[in-house]
Design a protein around this ligand. Structure first.
Ligand code: ZN
Length: 126
């Protein structure tokens, strides 16, 4: 699957986003080391602070199903380009700082290594 198709998977997730407050629908697709693909969307809450980004929803979904290593994540939004926020970068980095992060910006696909987006992250010494 190429990055364009992978981003399309993340876009599909935007449709089931629960985001009545920001009205920004975000979707993410995450590939584990064994090739399994997980999908997730942002889930907001009336308290605002309890809202959760799509990237962490999909990460926690995958980890809770036994996956700990990931090769790639795609993020898409109903509005502007959405590379992962700082909190999501740190959460993803816990498991796979080398993973590829892809998103679309003005029709162009951007691909970066997670450790480029979050240098000097906290993490276990390996
Ligand atoms: Zn985030």
């Amino acid at each position: 699957m190429d990055n364009r198709q992978f981003i399309e998977m993340a876009k599909k997730e935007c449709k089931i986003s629960y985001s009545p407050y920001s009205k920004i629908k975000v979707g993410a697709a995450l590939v584990s080391e064994n090739g399994e693909i997980f999908e997730g969307c942002n889930i907001e809450n009336a308290s605002y602070g309890l809202s959760m980004c799509a990237e962490r929803v999909v990460l926690f979904k995958a980890v809770s199903e036994g996956q700990k290593k990931f090769t790639k994540i795609a993020v898409a939004s109903s509005s502007q380009a959405v590379p992962p926020c700082g909190a999501c970068r740190q959460a993803l980095s816990e498991f796979s700082p080398e993973m590829e992060v892809v998103w679309e910006e003005n029709g162009k696909i951007i691909s970066k290594k997670l450790n480029e987006l979050l240098p000097h992250s906290f993490g276990l010494k390996k």
